[in-house]
Write a protein that binds this ligand. Structure first.
Ligand code: GAP
Length: 516
């Protein structure tokens, strides 16, 4: 199935099964703003728990905070966001659509990369066991030509970004004949900078009110609380502060479902280290975070790392962890070595000393910071697209049927077990309720007696419920139920008292955390 088709299917599935709704839909929606429905909120909550526990429970030197969205406006001057949190935008004069100029160029580069990947796939098929990747990419003419194009493009693009040369960014688009995806034309405006922060007023009388910003990242809430946490928690370097919370950006490109939103959530951790140790910790956190993704079953061909060509104003090293979304390989998480930039800036702007006193060396210094920053909504999208499957299955009578199943890792599934009386009489619903009431304290269960058992199984496949528990007449005789597994659709007879153990055995969050 083409990726575009999968993308559309995922969006409509997410709506149909209560995962994601367009915000204010009855008023025709609000662009790039989404609401999470009854199943979406559970999945989101479980992703948060997996992240939070992996940081705060598993590391004795990491603690969490929850800082306010509104912050003193000087915070954003100090952080550089007022002056430099810009995206280069360009308009197509025919379609009147607005784009991020850098994204147009990156997408163009990705198309060339796709051509290389296709050549490699073809050659792999042709040569089978004898295929040697290194030899192929260093000798095949088409691959070499395309790689050369990418290298040249990268060099020019990086320089243009570094020099903030908007004219050359436009010229790259013109020279490479990049066309508007909507109109197909190359009738572009000049490139302009656009600040992404939303502002609002604090105070009741508008003339006296201060302009404040909706935070564009949660990280600054951690930096300005560094001293509070370090002192009250008697934290010793190296240590980390984790936070999950909303962030807001007035994104120019807003046509990518929950990939790029104007209101979204971040899960960020700032790890404070001794200056000079930052590269060691950068490597540590890169590997730790990659393992976190791998534990969810994301494979090497679905995630890759991308080293930043142009470093942000605060960083001395940065990589993105990219995921192969239905819209292509895109950034899922960033790992940044932020140096002492943020703490130094806040010292400068606030006039307060923000340092660490090292008891061993009897001296003070401003710590360096390694940041791990992942978008919760992007992670949600990655899980959804990785777990979405359409299967053709053959029924016992030989008839072929289609089932749509979300193979969400059981620990993250919104509902862990569906409790299903086979029919709505003979005391089966009552018995099912007793089972539901005994399990509901341990994990999220759903009682469901409407429609045939087959339809109910499909409904739960579609929301990713890993277990269906069916109560039938035999249950009344011997306290056994049918346990159906979502992925294999296999069924087995188990005793009621074993249900808790069996479901938790697969779906408990511990299962995931122990893989780390
Ligand atoms: N504190 C560093 C920081 O904010 P970033 O690369 O701008 O770095 C971090 O953002 C992560 O936040 C990204 O990797 C992405 O997952 C997520 N993110 C950024 N902008 C987003 C948006 N408009 N919608 C959804 N997620 C976004």
């Amino acid at each position: 199935m083409a990726k575009e088709e999968i993308f559309k299917k995922i969006i409509s599935h997410a709506k149909e099964y209560g995962f994601i709704f367009q915000s204010s839909e009855i008023y025709d929606g609000l662009s790039a703003v989404y609401d999470y429905g009854q199943n979406g909120v559970e999945l989101k909550k479980n992703i948060k728990k997996y992240w939070w526990d992996s940081m705060v429970l598993l590391h004795e030197n990491i603690v969490g905070i929850d800082s306010a969205i509104f912050m003193h406006p000087t915070v954003w001057k100090a952080s550089g966001h007022v002056g430099a949190f810009n995206d280069p935008l360009i308009d197509n004069k025919d379609s009147k659509k607005r784009y991020r100029a850098d994204v147009l160029i990156e997408d163009f580069r990705e198309k060339i990369q796709t051509k290389i990947n296709k050549e490699i796939t073809k050659a792999k098929k042709r040569f089978g066991e004898a295929f040697n990747l290194d030899e192929f990419v260093s000798t095949n003419r088409r691959v070499l030509d395309n790689q050369n194009k990418i290298d040249k493009l990268n060099e020019r693009f990086t320089k243009a970004l570094e020099d903030n040369n908007l004219d050359d960014i436009k010229q790259i688009i013109v020279d490479n004949k990049i066309a508007c995806p909507v109109s197909g034309s190359r009738n572009w405006t000049d490139v302009r900078q656009f600040n992404l922060m939303f502002d609002t007023k604090l105070g009741s009388v508008s003339e006296d009110a201060n302009t404040i910003y909706l935070r564009p990242e949660t990280a600054q809430g951690i930096f300005v609380n560094y001293l509070n946490v370090q002192k009250t928690g008697r934290m010793k370097i190296p240590f980390g502060i984790a936070q999950i919370g909303k962030a807001f950006r007035n994104e120019i490109v807003a046509r990518q479902f929950i990939f790029r939103m104007r209101e979204f959530e971040q899960m960020e951790m700032q790890f404070f280290v001794k200056p000079g140790d930052e590269m060691k910790w950068f490597e540590f956190w890169k590997n730790t975070r990659l393992n976190w993704h791998r534990a969810l079953g994301l494979t090497e061909d679905q995630i890759r790392t991308h080293k930043h060509q142009k470093l942000a104003h605060y960083a001395n090293a940065a990589i993105d962890i990219e995921f192969d979304f239905p819209i292509g390989f895109k950034e899922l998480e960033g790992i940044h070595s932020r140096t002492d930039f943020d703490l130094e800036q806040h010292q400068k702007f606030s006039g307060k000393k923000i340092q660490y006193y090292d008891n061993e060396t009897k001296s003070s210094y401003t710590p360096y910071v390694i940041e791990t920053s992942i978008g919760l909504d992007r992670m949600f999208f990655a899980i959804l697209s990785n777990s979405f499957e359409e299967e053709i299955i053959e029924k016992e009578n030989g008839v072929k049927d289609k089932r749509v199943v979300l193979k969400i890792p059981p620990s993250l599934a919104p509902v862990k077990a569906a409790i299903l009386p086979l029919i709505r009489k003979d005391g089966l619903p009552e018995k099912a309720r007793v089972i539901f009431n005994s399990l509901k304290y341990d994990f999220n269960c759903q009682y469901d007696e409407k429609d045939s058992i087959g339809k109910r199984y499909r409904r739960h496949d579609a929301i990713g419920t890993p277990f269906c528990v069916t109560i039938d007449h035999q249950t009344l005789e011997d306290n056994s139920v049918t346990l159906r597994y979502r992925d294999s659709m296999e069924q087995e007879r188990v005793k009621i008292h074993k249900l808790n153990y069996m479901v938790n055995g697969l779906a408990d969050m511990k299962k995931l955390l122990k893989k780390l």
